[in-house]
Design a protein around this ligand. Structure first.
Ligand SMILES: [Mg+2]
Length: 262
């Protein structure tokens, strides 16, 4: 099914898929288009079937690594119940887990969450996405409010700077426990079956995915950015996964090497 790499020119190589890959996939902006609000996304009808086929092709080693909650991911990808990392790794459901669980990290104080909601109520177009550990605040519909939102969140995090940081995602800010990122999620999955011993391939579109890229590359895997490797197109990522199943997918090494500042 899977073939060997081909040298194109100089150091540039067409990397072909391996049977021993493990896939780590972001969702929004990677597998599905970003919408004006996170609750307005449209999941392509073929996506659950495509993901399940990929999961089976790689021995069960496929996980979604997203900023969304696990419940949200299950709802969007229904009827699938995949191994998932929610909230950028703040919640996990490994292949053997019945339910999701959270690593021991501090939760965002409820008074901070209330402050975010109060800000949204006073600034039309600002949308709060409540999560299990905290909340993200999206300003895609009202970017003029972003500086004031950042000021609010900076003031909150300054109360507990050792525990929390501000995550700057695409048109959204989120307060996150410092100990959490997508790289930790990848390493946690790789420590247990069916991911153990496999080569991680992480695909994502946002700055929040860069820790995932680093974690994958640190153990000889690939970190593929949607902009750098797929021209920013979620349809191109889905088509590539389809090609992966046919053994036809390739990654040009110059593309993934140049796709981030690493
Ligand atoms: Mg994304």
């Amino acid at each position: 099914m899977f073939r060997e790499d081909v040298r194109v020119s100089g150091d540039d190589v067409l990397i072909r898929p391996r049977n021993n890959w493990a896939l780590f996939l972001d969702l929004d902006g990677t597998l599905i288009d970003i919408a004006a609000r996170p609750d307005r996304v449209v999941v392509p009808a073929e996506l659950p079937g495509l993901l399940e086929a990929c999961r089976l092709a790689f021995g069960g080693a496929l996980a979604i690594v997203s900023g969304r909650t696990i419940a949200d991911l299950d709802r969007l990808l229904s009827p699938l119940r995949l191994p998932v990392a929610g909230e950028h790794g703040g919640t996990l459901r490994l292949a053997s887990d019945e339910t999701g669980w959270a690593p021991k990290v501090p939760h965002v104080p409820s008074r901070w969450r209330e402050a975010m909601h109060a800000f949204a109520a006073e600034h039309p177009g600002v949308v709060v996405e409540d999560k299990d550990l905290g909340a993200a605040v999206h300003y895609r519909l009202a970017p003029r409010h972003a500086p004031f939102l950042l000021e609010l969140l900076t003031g909150l995090v300054a109360q507990l700077p050792d525990d929390f940081k501000i995550l700057q995602a695409k048109m959204a800010y989120e307060i996150q426990p410092r100990a959490i990122n997508k790289g930790h999620a990848v390493r946690t999955f790789l420590a247990v079956p069916p991911f153990t011993g496999r080569t991680p391939v992480f695909i994502g579109d946002d700055v929040t995915d860069e820790e995932g890229f680093h974690a994958a590359r640190a153990v000889g895997g690939l970190g593929l950015s949607v902009d750098g490797c797929f021209d920013g197109s979620t349809a191109a990522v889905r088509a590539w996964l389809g090609d992966l199943l046919k053994g036809k997918a390739v990654v040009r090494s110059s593309a993934w090497r140049n796709s981030t500042s690493e």
